[in-house]
Design a protein around this ligand. Structure first.
Ligand code: NZQ
Ligand code: ZN
Length: 380
């Protein structure tokens, strides 16, 4: 096991009615930015609950954060935050709203010339940020308990992540009832995204970390169990609650302690969203089996362990097939052809992007431009 530092500063407020708890946790000393998305919170009662909890506060609202939040939109909000002398950002919605909140909080305090540097540097340019609190309404990203944010730039068709220890939410409310109104597609997306997060931290090579392996496999087993139930029974509180907590634990920095990580699937996937507009999880379901196929020799031991423990199959190939079958079973396509995207074209575009940025991903740092292209060609 490698050395690690583990610190997760986010307080989780989990369960029915917990939105009311934010009243005493959001400071009253300065105005609060109440940030939300396209309006789902106005239709499911979450907006009213938040307004009630913020009665003692001076509130400035901004609604309209897009799915795959835009840099351009965030900068508009930064102007509002500065003008209104906001002291706290409350992000209410899915991962996109939370990610936008984190970026706005960091960009407000950024003193350099170009706030895009926050993304270009992967977060090392973040020296300070306003505090962010979250009310999560969509389980998927884990953004509620990590320091990550992913921002898209319309002008250049780019989508880049950043990470900072200063960007963890100070608290996150996880009330499973707020997710009852999610469209099936978003629930399916959430199951696949959480599943892929576990895999980016698990599907590498044996690292003498049996507890991290078992923790990861527990999250995977729970997702395969409660994912289909939560799709079939949208108002099943127990299933929603287990799913919600699984998605948080999938990416709250716990299971990655002391182990190698991959993240090639996510980085290739972000390019597919940037170029073709696919939902984040849709890209992962396409790319992940390709990464495993391409890296079969290096990942064989872990693929076999995963196959044995999660799907009761014996070979690495069968483990890959079982994963694709599970995604298909919950209604998630796993091929580019499902979206009428040419694998050759996608391969060339992503290859050029990786080459231009001089980047390579994967636990061995060997998924560069050529490997990314080869992976996408496997996913026609
Ligand atoms: O905008 P509104 O009207 O709120 O509608 C949203 C949106 O259209 C809707 N929705 C959310 N909660 C709802 C609801 N509809 C009905 N009832 C509810 N309770 O769902 C749609 C999708 O929302 P979005 O926030 O975009 O989805 P998700 O949570 O999957 O976030 C995706 C973004 O997160 C990034 C992705 O790249 C993508 O940009 N990621 C962030 C990560 C992180 N911060 O750690 C890691 C991930 O790997 C991921 O990259
Ligand atoms: Zn993801």
């Amino acid at each position: 096991m490698n050395n690690f530092v583990y610190r997760n500063p986010t307080e989780i407020l989990f369960g029915r009615g917990m939105i009311a708890e934010i009243t005493t946790r959001v400071p009253t000393s300065a105005p609060v930015l109440f940030l939300y998305g396209g309006g789902s919170i106005k239709r499911n009662g979450v907006y009213d609950q938040v307004k009630a909890a913020l009665k003692p506060h001076r509130v400035v609202e901004f609604g309209g954060v897009e799915a795959n939040p835009l840099y351009e939109t965030c900068l508009t909000v930064v102007d509002v935050v500065k003008r209104e002398r906001i002291g706290f950002v409350l992000a209410v919605g899915g991962g996109s709203v939370l990610d936008a909140g984190k970026f706005i909080a960091a960009a407000t305090c950024f003193t350099g010339a170009d706030p895009w540097d926050i993304l270009r540097t992967g977060g090392s340019a973040v020296k300070a940020a306003l505090p962010v609190g979250a009310v999560l309404t969509l389980s998927a990203t884990g953004s509620e308990a990590n320091g990550n944010s992913v921002i898209s730039r319309r002008a250049t068709q780019e989508k880049l992540p950043f990470t900072s220890s200063r960007s963890f939410p100070v608290f996150s409310v996880l009330d499973p009832e707020t997710t009852f109104t999610l469209p099936q597609k978003q629930v399916r997306n959430g199951v696949v995204d959480a599943f892929a997060h576990v895999m980016e931290q698990y599907m590498t090579y044996p690292a003498d970390a049996p507890l991290q392996d078992r923790l990861a496999e527990s999250v995977l087993q729970t997702l395969t169990e409660v994912g289909p139930v939560t799709l079939a029974e949208p108002r099943n509180y127990g299933a929603r609650a287990s799913f919600m907590w699984s998605a948080t634990l999938a990416l709250n920095t716990l299971i990655s302690c002391g182990v190698p990580q991959d993240w090639a699937t996510h980085m290739i996937g972000h390019e597919l969203t940037a170029f073709y507009g696919l939902d984040h999880a849709e890209t992962l379901a396409i790319v992940m089996p390709g990464v495993w196929q391409h890296e079969l020799a290096q990942k064989k031991a872990k693929l076999e362990q995963y196959g044995r423990r999660v799907w009761n199959v014996t070979s690495a190939e069968a483990a890959i097939e079982s994963t694709e079958a599970f995604f298909n079973f919950i209604g998630m396509p796993t091929r580019l052809s499902a979206y009428k995207i040419s694998a050759d074209e996608a391969a060339e575009k992503v290859k050029a992007r990786f080459a231009e940025r001089k980047v390579a991903f994967g636990e061995h740092g060997d998924i560069g431009p050529d490997a990314a292209a080869a992976i996408l060609r496997l996913r026609a």
